[in-house]
Design a binder for this molecule. Structure first.
Ligand code: TRP
Length: 481
Protein backbone atom coordinates (compact mmCIF):
# COMPACT_ATOMS: atom_id res chain seq x y z
CA UNK A 1 0.00 0.00 0.00
CA UNK A 2 1.62 3.17 -1.05
CA UNK A 3 -0.21 5.78 0.89
CA UNK A 4 0.46 7.91 3.89
CA UNK A 5 -2.85 7.47 5.65
CA UNK A 6 -1.17 5.71 8.53
CA UNK A 7 -1.41 2.18 9.85
CA UNK A 8 -1.52 0.40 13.13
CA UNK A 9 1.84 -1.18 13.82
CA UNK A 10 0.25 -4.62 13.98
CA UNK A 11 -2.62 -6.67 15.27
CA UNK A 12 -2.01 -5.83 18.92
CA UNK A 13 -2.07 -2.12 18.21
CA UNK A 14 -5.30 -2.44 16.28
CA UNK A 15 -6.94 -4.61 18.91
CA UNK A 16 -5.96 -2.27 21.72
CA UNK A 17 -7.21 0.76 19.82
CA UNK A 18 -10.49 -0.86 18.81
CA UNK A 19 -11.00 -2.25 22.29
CA UNK A 20 -10.16 1.21 23.61
CA UNK A 21 -12.84 2.63 21.39
CA UNK A 22 -15.31 0.05 22.59
CA UNK A 23 -14.51 0.28 26.27
CA UNK A 24 -15.85 3.58 27.49
CA UNK A 25 -18.56 5.36 29.39
CA UNK A 26 -20.90 2.82 27.86
CA UNK A 27 -19.26 0.08 29.89
CA UNK A 28 -18.61 1.83 33.15
CA UNK A 29 -21.36 4.44 33.35
CA UNK A 30 -24.20 3.00 31.31
CA UNK A 31 -23.94 -0.76 31.57
CA UNK A 32 -24.18 -1.03 35.37
CA UNK A 33 -27.17 1.26 35.61
CA UNK A 34 -28.97 -0.42 32.72
CA UNK A 35 -28.34 -3.76 34.39
CA UNK A 36 -29.62 -2.28 37.65
CA UNK A 37 -32.80 -1.04 35.96
CA UNK A 38 -33.39 -4.24 34.03
CA UNK A 39 -33.14 -6.85 36.74
CA UNK A 40 -29.38 -7.47 36.93
CA UNK A 41 -28.50 -10.97 35.72
CA UNK A 42 -31.32 -11.20 33.20
CA UNK A 43 -30.00 -8.11 31.46
CA UNK A 44 -26.54 -9.63 31.42
CA UNK A 45 -27.88 -12.70 29.61
CA UNK A 46 -29.80 -10.71 27.01
CA UNK A 47 -26.78 -8.52 26.49
CA UNK A 48 -24.45 -11.46 25.94
CA UNK A 49 -26.87 -12.95 23.42
CA UNK A 50 -26.97 -9.66 21.49
CA UNK A 51 -23.18 -9.35 21.48
CA UNK A 52 -22.38 -12.80 20.23
CA UNK A 53 -25.32 -13.53 17.95
CA UNK A 54 -25.85 -10.18 16.29
CA UNK A 55 -23.05 -7.78 17.03
CA UNK A 56 -20.09 -10.00 16.33
CA UNK A 57 -21.05 -10.57 12.66
CA UNK A 58 -21.71 -6.85 12.24
CA UNK A 59 -18.29 -6.10 13.69
CA UNK A 60 -16.50 -8.49 11.35
CA UNK A 61 -18.41 -6.96 8.44
CA UNK A 62 -17.48 -3.42 9.42
CA UNK A 63 -13.80 -4.15 9.80
CA UNK A 64 -13.74 -6.07 6.51
CA UNK A 65 -15.35 -3.16 4.65
CA UNK A 66 -12.79 -0.74 6.02
CA UNK A 67 -9.81 -2.90 5.28
CA UNK A 68 -10.98 -3.85 1.81
CA UNK A 69 -11.63 -0.25 0.82
CA UNK A 70 -8.74 1.26 2.76
CA UNK A 71 -10.63 4.48 3.28
CA UNK A 72 -12.81 6.43 5.73
CA UNK A 73 -16.47 5.56 6.40
CA UNK A 74 -17.83 7.54 3.47
CA UNK A 75 -14.95 6.72 1.16
CA UNK A 76 -15.22 3.00 1.89
CA UNK A 77 -18.92 2.72 1.08
CA UNK A 78 -18.43 4.86 -2.01
CA UNK A 79 -15.52 2.79 -3.23
CA UNK A 80 -17.25 -0.55 -2.74
CA UNK A 81 -20.82 0.40 -3.50
CA UNK A 82 -21.01 3.67 -5.39
CA UNK A 83 -21.98 7.22 -4.47
CA UNK A 84 -25.44 6.40 -3.19
CA UNK A 85 -24.06 4.01 -0.59
CA UNK A 86 -21.54 6.67 0.35
CA UNK A 87 -24.48 8.44 1.99
CA UNK A 88 -24.60 5.64 4.55
CA UNK A 89 -21.03 6.52 5.47
CA UNK A 90 -21.96 10.17 5.81
CA UNK A 91 -24.91 9.23 8.01
CA UNK A 92 -22.51 7.32 10.26
CA UNK A 93 -20.02 10.18 10.39
CA UNK A 94 -22.78 12.56 11.44
CA UNK A 95 -24.00 10.11 14.07
CA UNK A 96 -20.44 9.94 15.40
CA UNK A 97 -20.22 13.72 15.62
CA UNK A 98 -23.43 13.82 17.64
CA UNK A 99 -22.34 10.97 19.88
CA UNK A 100 -19.08 12.76 20.61
CA UNK A 101 -20.95 16.01 21.32
CA UNK A 102 -22.84 14.64 24.33
CA UNK A 103 -20.26 12.00 25.23
CA UNK A 104 -17.67 14.67 25.80
CA UNK A 105 -20.02 16.44 28.20
CA UNK A 106 -20.38 13.35 30.37
CA UNK A 107 -16.63 12.73 30.09
CA UNK A 108 -16.17 16.30 31.36
CA UNK A 109 -18.30 15.48 34.41
CA UNK A 110 -16.13 12.44 35.11
CA UNK A 111 -13.01 14.55 34.75
CA UNK A 112 -14.49 17.12 37.12
CA UNK A 113 -15.35 14.42 39.64
CA UNK A 114 -11.85 13.03 39.39
CA UNK A 115 -10.45 16.43 40.33
CA UNK A 116 -13.09 17.09 42.99
CA UNK A 117 -12.56 13.77 44.72
CA UNK A 118 -8.79 13.56 44.43
CA UNK A 119 -7.94 17.17 45.20
CA UNK A 120 -11.12 18.84 46.45
CA UNK A 121 -13.44 18.11 49.32
CA UNK A 122 -16.36 16.53 47.52
CA UNK A 123 -16.28 13.56 49.82
CA UNK A 124 -17.23 15.78 52.77
CA UNK A 125 -20.59 16.48 51.16
CA UNK A 126 -23.69 15.32 52.91
CA UNK A 127 -26.06 15.58 49.95
CA UNK A 128 -24.52 13.93 46.91
CA UNK A 129 -27.65 14.19 44.82
CA UNK A 130 -27.77 17.90 45.53
CA UNK A 131 -24.12 18.28 44.68
CA UNK A 132 -24.51 16.49 41.36
CA UNK A 133 -27.63 18.51 40.51
CA UNK A 134 -25.80 21.75 41.19
CA UNK A 135 -22.68 20.52 39.40
CA UNK A 136 -24.38 19.70 36.11
CA UNK A 137 -26.75 22.62 36.37
CA UNK A 138 -24.30 25.44 36.68
CA UNK A 139 -21.78 24.99 33.91
CA UNK A 140 -19.89 28.19 34.70
CA UNK A 141 -19.50 27.88 38.44
CA UNK A 142 -15.95 29.04 38.98
CA UNK A 143 -16.66 30.49 42.39
CA UNK A 144 -14.78 27.75 44.14
CA UNK A 145 -17.48 27.39 46.79
CA UNK A 146 -17.12 23.64 46.58
CA UNK A 147 -13.52 23.81 47.64
CA UNK A 148 -12.55 23.56 44.02
CA UNK A 149 -13.27 25.71 41.01
CA UNK A 150 -15.96 23.88 39.16
CA UNK A 151 -16.92 24.55 35.60
CA UNK A 152 -18.21 21.91 33.27
CA UNK A 153 -17.51 24.20 30.42
CA UNK A 154 -13.82 24.08 31.26
CA UNK A 155 -13.77 20.40 32.17
CA UNK A 156 -15.25 19.31 28.89
CA UNK A 157 -13.17 21.81 26.91
CA UNK A 158 -10.05 20.30 28.46
CA UNK A 159 -11.27 16.81 27.67
CA UNK A 160 -11.93 17.71 24.06
CA UNK A 161 -8.49 19.30 23.83
CA UNK A 162 -6.82 16.15 25.17
CA UNK A 163 -8.71 14.14 22.59
CA UNK A 164 -7.63 16.49 19.83
CA UNK A 165 -3.98 16.44 20.89
CA UNK A 166 -3.90 12.64 20.67
CA UNK A 167 -5.77 12.41 17.37
CA UNK A 168 -3.63 15.10 15.80
CA UNK A 169 -0.56 12.91 16.34
CA UNK A 170 -1.90 10.39 13.86
CA UNK A 171 -2.79 6.73 13.95
CA UNK A 172 0.36 5.13 15.28
CA UNK A 173 1.99 7.89 17.29
CA UNK A 174 -1.28 9.25 18.67
CA UNK A 175 -4.12 6.77 18.82
CA UNK A 176 -2.13 3.57 19.15
CA UNK A 177 0.40 4.97 21.61
CA UNK A 178 -2.28 6.46 23.86
CA UNK A 179 -4.22 3.21 23.93
CA UNK A 180 -1.12 1.20 24.72
CA UNK A 181 -0.76 3.18 27.93
CA UNK A 182 -4.35 3.74 28.95
CA UNK A 183 -5.85 0.32 28.27
CA UNK A 184 -3.52 -1.69 30.52
CA UNK A 185 -3.82 1.00 33.21
CA UNK A 186 -7.57 0.73 32.95
CA UNK A 187 -7.56 -3.01 33.55
CA UNK A 188 -5.23 -2.67 36.54
CA UNK A 189 -7.39 -0.01 38.22
CA UNK A 190 -10.59 -1.90 37.48
CA UNK A 191 -9.35 -5.15 38.94
CA UNK A 192 -7.88 -3.37 41.95
CA UNK A 193 -11.22 -1.76 42.80
CA UNK A 194 -13.11 -5.02 42.27
CA UNK A 195 -10.88 -6.87 44.70
CA UNK A 196 -11.39 -4.15 47.25
CA UNK A 197 -15.15 -3.94 46.76
CA UNK A 198 -15.57 -7.69 47.15
CA UNK A 199 -14.12 -7.47 50.64
CA UNK A 200 -16.77 -5.01 51.85
CA UNK A 201 -19.68 -6.08 54.06
CA UNK A 202 -22.76 -7.24 52.11
CA UNK A 203 -20.74 -7.42 48.87
CA UNK A 204 -22.05 -10.90 48.14
CA UNK A 205 -25.63 -9.75 48.04
CA UNK A 206 -24.60 -7.41 45.21
CA UNK A 207 -22.85 -10.24 43.41
CA UNK A 208 -25.98 -12.39 43.70
CA UNK A 209 -28.23 -9.69 42.31
CA UNK A 210 -25.83 -9.29 39.43
CA UNK A 211 -25.22 -12.95 38.64
CA UNK A 212 -28.33 -14.96 39.51
CA UNK A 213 -31.07 -14.33 36.97
CA UNK A 214 -34.65 -13.80 38.03
CA UNK A 215 -36.63 -14.62 34.91
CA UNK A 216 -39.74 -12.95 36.21
CA UNK A 217 -37.91 -9.67 35.69
CA UNK A 218 -37.79 -10.19 31.93
CA UNK A 219 -39.53 -7.52 29.90
CA UNK A 220 -39.43 -6.66 26.20
CA UNK A 221 -37.74 -3.40 27.19
CA UNK A 222 -34.79 -5.50 28.32
CA UNK A 223 -34.21 -6.67 24.75
CA UNK A 224 -34.34 -3.14 23.35
CA UNK A 225 -32.01 -1.82 26.00
CA UNK A 226 -29.64 -4.76 25.61
CA UNK A 227 -29.40 -4.45 21.86
CA UNK A 228 -28.89 -0.69 21.79
CA UNK A 229 -26.35 -0.95 24.53
CA UNK A 230 -24.45 -3.70 22.73
CA UNK A 231 -24.20 -1.59 19.56
CA UNK A 232 -23.11 1.45 21.47
CA UNK A 233 -20.66 -0.39 23.64
CA UNK A 234 -18.98 -2.17 20.75
CA UNK A 235 -18.76 1.09 18.76
CA UNK A 236 -20.75 -0.44 15.91
CA UNK A 237 -23.04 0.93 13.27
CA UNK A 238 -21.48 4.27 12.41
CA UNK A 239 -18.24 3.46 10.66
CA UNK A 240 -15.87 3.71 13.58
CA UNK A 241 -14.59 0.21 12.91
CA UNK A 242 -14.58 0.84 9.16
CA UNK A 243 -12.16 3.65 9.89
CA UNK A 244 -10.00 1.69 12.32
CA UNK A 245 -10.23 -1.38 10.06
CA UNK A 246 -8.84 0.67 7.21
CA UNK A 247 -5.61 1.06 9.17
CA UNK A 248 -5.31 -2.69 9.68
CA UNK A 249 -2.69 -4.54 7.68
CA UNK A 250 -3.75 -7.17 5.16
CA UNK A 251 -1.83 -9.79 7.07
CA UNK A 252 -3.76 -9.27 10.30
CA UNK A 253 -6.59 -11.64 11.10
CA UNK A 254 -10.01 -9.94 11.13
CA UNK A 255 -12.28 -12.57 12.65
CA UNK A 256 -9.95 -13.30 15.55
CA UNK A 257 -9.35 -9.62 16.21
CA UNK A 258 -13.10 -8.99 16.26
CA UNK A 259 -13.57 -11.83 18.71
CA UNK A 260 -10.91 -10.44 21.02
CA UNK A 261 -12.36 -6.93 20.82
CA UNK A 262 -15.86 -8.22 21.62
CA UNK A 263 -14.59 -10.26 24.53
CA UNK A 264 -12.44 -7.42 25.88
CA UNK A 265 -15.35 -4.98 25.72
CA UNK A 266 -17.84 -7.38 27.21
CA UNK A 267 -15.47 -8.38 29.96
CA UNK A 268 -14.97 -4.75 30.99
CA UNK A 269 -18.73 -4.18 31.08
CA UNK A 270 -19.11 -7.36 33.09
CA UNK A 271 -16.31 -6.37 35.45
CA UNK A 272 -17.74 -2.87 35.84
CA UNK A 273 -20.94 -4.48 37.11
CA UNK A 274 -18.89 -6.67 39.41
CA UNK A 275 -17.25 -3.55 40.76
CA UNK A 276 -20.42 -1.47 41.14
CA UNK A 277 -22.99 -3.87 42.61
CA UNK A 278 -20.96 -4.95 45.65
CA UNK A 279 -20.34 -1.25 46.32
CA UNK A 280 -24.03 -0.45 45.98
CA UNK A 281 -25.07 -3.29 48.23
CA UNK A 282 -22.44 -2.24 50.75
CA UNK A 283 -24.13 1.15 50.85
CA UNK A 284 -27.57 -0.44 51.24
CA UNK A 285 -26.23 -2.36 54.20
CA UNK A 286 -24.64 0.71 55.70
CA UNK A 287 -27.75 2.85 55.31
CA UNK A 288 -30.15 0.00 56.01
CA UNK A 289 -32.16 0.62 52.86
CA UNK A 290 -32.89 -1.89 50.15
CA UNK A 291 -33.04 -0.08 46.92
CA UNK A 292 -30.30 2.14 45.63
CA UNK A 293 -29.32 -0.20 42.78
CA UNK A 294 -31.65 1.26 40.19
CA UNK A 295 -30.44 4.81 40.56
CA UNK A 296 -30.23 5.27 36.76
CA UNK A 297 -27.79 7.57 34.97
CA UNK A 298 -26.56 9.31 38.15
CA UNK A 299 -25.44 5.99 39.63
CA UNK A 300 -21.76 6.68 39.27
CA UNK A 301 -22.06 10.38 40.09
CA UNK A 302 -24.36 10.16 43.11
CA UNK A 303 -24.34 6.69 44.60
CA UNK A 304 -20.66 5.91 44.14
CA UNK A 305 -19.28 9.15 45.63
CA UNK A 306 -21.51 8.56 48.63
CA UNK A 307 -19.92 5.13 48.98
CA UNK A 308 -16.43 6.56 48.64
CA UNK A 309 -17.17 9.05 51.38
CA UNK A 310 -18.28 6.19 53.64
CA UNK A 311 -14.80 4.74 53.25
CA UNK A 312 -13.22 7.55 55.19
CA UNK A 313 -11.22 10.56 53.97
CA UNK A 314 -8.01 8.89 52.82
CA UNK A 315 -9.28 5.59 51.44
CA UNK A 316 -12.24 7.36 49.84
CA UNK A 317 -9.91 9.72 48.05
CA UNK A 318 -7.75 6.88 46.80
CA UNK A 319 -10.51 4.51 45.71
CA UNK A 320 -12.80 7.28 44.45
CA UNK A 321 -9.97 9.09 42.70
CA UNK A 322 -8.83 5.88 40.99
CA UNK A 323 -12.37 5.10 39.99
CA UNK A 324 -12.86 8.40 38.20
CA UNK A 325 -9.40 8.20 36.67
CA UNK A 326 -10.49 4.85 35.27
CA UNK A 327 -13.62 6.44 33.85
CA UNK A 328 -11.55 9.22 32.27
CA UNK A 329 -9.17 6.75 30.62
CA UNK A 330 -12.05 4.70 29.31
CA UNK A 331 -13.78 7.81 27.98
CA UNK A 332 -10.65 9.21 26.38
CA UNK A 333 -9.86 6.08 24.38
CA UNK A 334 -13.43 6.30 23.08
CA UNK A 335 -13.50 10.01 22.31
CA UNK A 336 -10.36 9.68 20.23
CA UNK A 337 -12.03 6.98 18.12
CA UNK A 338 -15.12 9.13 17.71
CA UNK A 339 -13.10 12.14 16.61
CA UNK A 340 -10.98 10.03 14.26
CA UNK A 341 -14.03 9.09 12.16
CA UNK A 342 -14.85 12.58 10.80
CA UNK A 343 -11.15 13.48 10.74
CA UNK A 344 -10.41 10.45 8.54
CA UNK A 345 -13.22 11.53 6.22
CA UNK A 346 -11.75 14.97 5.67
CA UNK A 347 -8.22 13.63 5.35
CA UNK A 348 -9.04 10.75 2.97
CA UNK A 349 -12.00 11.87 0.96
CA UNK A 350 -11.42 15.63 1.00
CA UNK A 351 -7.61 15.64 1.12
CA UNK A 352 -7.48 18.14 3.97
CA UNK A 353 -4.57 18.37 6.43
CA UNK A 354 -5.04 16.21 9.53
CA UNK A 355 -3.92 18.66 12.21
CA UNK A 356 -6.13 21.49 11.01
CA UNK A 357 -9.16 19.27 10.65
CA UNK A 358 -8.66 17.78 14.10
CA UNK A 359 -8.91 21.18 15.77
CA UNK A 360 -11.70 22.47 13.53
CA UNK A 361 -13.80 19.36 14.17
CA UNK A 362 -13.04 19.34 17.88
CA UNK A 363 -14.29 22.94 18.03
CA UNK A 364 -17.44 22.17 16.06
CA UNK A 365 -18.24 19.12 18.19
CA UNK A 366 -17.65 21.09 21.37
CA UNK A 367 -20.12 23.78 20.29
CA UNK A 368 -22.63 21.09 19.29
CA UNK A 369 -22.33 19.72 22.81
CA UNK A 370 -23.26 22.99 24.50
CA UNK A 371 -27.04 22.37 24.33
CA UNK A 372 -26.46 19.01 26.01
CA UNK A 373 -24.38 20.69 28.66
CA UNK A 374 -27.05 23.25 29.54
CA UNK A 375 -29.88 20.72 29.29
CA UNK A 376 -29.35 19.42 32.80
CA UNK A 377 -31.29 22.17 34.49
CA UNK A 378 -29.74 25.41 33.33
CA UNK A 379 -32.10 25.87 30.38
CA UNK A 380 -35.56 24.61 31.38
CA UNK A 381 -36.81 24.13 27.82
CA UNK A 382 -33.94 21.79 27.02
CA UNK A 383 -34.44 20.02 30.30
CA UNK A 384 -37.99 19.00 29.48
CA UNK A 385 -38.42 18.73 25.76
CA UNK A 386 -42.07 19.19 24.85
CA UNK A 387 -41.92 16.74 21.94
CA UNK A 388 -40.32 13.93 23.90
CA UNK A 389 -42.86 12.90 26.49
CA UNK A 390 -42.77 9.11 26.69
CA UNK A 391 -39.36 8.61 28.15
CA UNK A 392 -40.19 8.84 31.79
CA UNK A 393 -39.56 11.39 34.49
CA UNK A 394 -36.24 13.20 34.36
CA UNK A 395 -35.28 11.67 31.05
CA UNK A 396 -36.70 14.19 28.65
CA UNK A 397 -33.68 16.42 28.38
CA UNK A 398 -31.73 17.26 25.26
CA UNK A 399 -28.70 15.15 26.22
CA UNK A 400 -30.85 12.06 26.67
CA UNK A 401 -32.69 12.83 23.45
CA UNK A 402 -29.48 13.08 21.41
CA UNK A 403 -28.14 9.92 23.05
CA UNK A 404 -31.37 8.07 22.25
CA UNK A 405 -31.37 9.21 18.63
CA UNK A 406 -27.74 8.13 18.27
CA UNK A 407 -28.54 4.72 19.73
CA UNK A 408 -31.27 4.27 17.18
CA UNK A 409 -29.01 5.46 14.35
CA UNK A 410 -26.45 2.82 15.28
CA UNK A 411 -28.99 0.00 15.02
CA UNK A 412 -30.27 1.38 11.71
CA UNK A 413 -26.67 1.82 10.53
CA UNK A 414 -25.90 -1.81 11.41
CA UNK A 415 -29.01 -2.99 9.61
CA UNK A 416 -28.17 -1.05 6.44
CA UNK A 417 -24.58 -2.19 6.60
CA UNK A 418 -25.59 -5.83 6.58
CA UNK A 419 -27.90 -5.12 3.64
CA UNK A 420 -24.98 -3.41 1.93
CA UNK A 421 -22.76 -6.44 2.40
CA UNK A 422 -25.25 -9.03 1.21
CA UNK A 423 -26.99 -7.10 -1.59
CA UNK A 424 -24.42 -4.66 -2.92
CA UNK A 425 -20.85 -5.51 -2.05
CA UNK A 426 -21.71 -9.24 -1.92
CA UNK A 427 -20.86 -11.58 0.88
CA UNK A 428 -18.21 -13.40 -1.21
CA UNK A 429 -16.13 -10.24 -1.28
CA UNK A 430 -16.33 -9.98 2.47
CA UNK A 431 -15.25 -13.60 2.77
CA UNK A 432 -12.37 -12.98 0.35
CA UNK A 433 -11.17 -10.09 2.49
CA UNK A 434 -11.25 -12.20 5.63
CA UNK A 435 -9.52 -15.12 3.90
CA UNK A 436 -6.51 -12.94 3.05
CA UNK A 437 -5.28 -13.34 6.59
CA UNK A 438 -7.05 -16.49 7.73
CA UNK A 439 -6.18 -19.73 5.96
CA UNK A 440 -8.69 -21.95 7.73
CA UNK A 441 -11.60 -19.58 7.19
CA UNK A 442 -12.82 -20.84 3.81
CA UNK A 443 -13.90 -24.20 5.21
CA UNK A 444 -14.89 -23.02 8.66
CA UNK A 445 -18.23 -23.06 10.42
CA UNK A 446 -17.69 -19.36 11.10
CA UNK A 447 -17.92 -18.61 7.40
CA UNK A 448 -21.33 -20.27 7.12
CA UNK A 449 -22.48 -18.63 10.30
CA UNK A 450 -21.47 -15.17 9.09
CA UNK A 451 -23.15 -15.73 5.74
CA UNK A 452 -26.37 -16.73 7.43
CA UNK A 453 -26.42 -13.97 10.03
CA UNK A 454 -25.37 -11.15 7.72
CA UNK A 455 -27.67 -12.17 4.88
CA UNK A 456 -30.81 -13.03 6.83
CA UNK A 457 -30.73 -12.51 10.57
CA UNK A 458 -29.09 -9.10 10.91
CA UNK A 459 -31.16 -7.24 8.28
CA UNK A 460 -34.51 -8.57 9.45
CA UNK A 461 -33.95 -8.55 13.18
CA UNK A 462 -32.20 -5.19 13.24
CA UNK A 463 -34.80 -3.78 10.86
CA UNK A 464 -37.73 -4.87 13.01
CA UNK A 465 -36.01 -3.75 16.18
CA UNK A 466 -35.17 -0.31 14.73
CA UNK A 467 -38.84 0.26 13.93
CA UNK A 468 -39.95 -0.93 17.36
CA UNK A 469 -37.36 1.19 19.12
CA UNK A 470 -38.46 4.30 17.23
CA UNK A 471 -42.12 3.63 18.00
CA UNK A 472 -41.25 3.05 21.61
CA UNK A 473 -39.34 6.31 21.92
CA UNK A 474 -41.97 8.51 20.37
CA UNK A 475 -45.22 6.80 21.23
CA UNK A 476 -44.46 4.92 24.40
CA UNK A 477 -44.15 1.18 24.73
CA UNK A 478 -47.21 0.72 26.89
CA UNK A 479 -49.30 2.21 24.08
CA UNK A 480 -47.94 -0.36 21.68
CA UNK A 481 -48.30 -3.66 23.42
N1 TRP B 1 -18.18 2.30 22.68
C1 TRP B 1 -17.91 3.46 23.46
C2 TRP B 1 -18.48 3.27 24.86
O1 TRP B 1 -18.93 2.22 25.19
C3 TRP B 1 -18.44 4.70 22.80
C4 TRP B 1 -18.05 4.82 21.39
C5 TRP B 1 -16.82 5.08 20.89
C6 TRP B 1 -18.89 4.61 20.28
N2 TRP B 1 -16.85 5.04 19.53
C7 TRP B 1 -18.11 4.77 19.14
C8 TRP B 1 -20.22 4.30 20.17
C9 TRP B 1 -18.65 4.58 17.88
C10 TRP B 1 -20.76 4.12 18.92
C11 TRP B 1 -20.00 4.25 17.78
O2 TRP B 1 -18.46 4.14 25.66
Amino acid sequence: MSDNRGNFSGRIGFILAAAGSAVGLGNIWKFPYLAGQNGGAIFLLVYLACVFLLCYPVMVGEIAIGRAANSDANGSYTKLGGKRWGALGTFGILAGIFILSFYNVVAGWAFGYFLHISFGDLLNETDFGGFFGAFVNDIMDVSSTKGFASSNLIFSAVFMALTAIIVSQGVQKGIEAANKIMMPALYVILIGIIIYSLTLPNAMSGVKFYLIPDFSEFRIQTVFDGLKQAFFSLSLGMGCLITYGSYLKKTDNISKSAAIISIADTSVAFLAGLMVFPLVHFLQWKLQVDNVATAGPPLIFIVLPQIFSEMGPLLGRIVGGSFFLLVCFAALTSTISLLEVPVAYFVDSKKMPRKTMVWVLAGVVFVLGLPSMVSQGMVPLLNKLPFYPFIGENKQDWLTFVADMCDISLVIGGCLMSIFISRRWKIENMHAEIELSDVGYSTSFLKKYLTFTITYIAPTLLGVLSVLVILEKFFGLSNLI
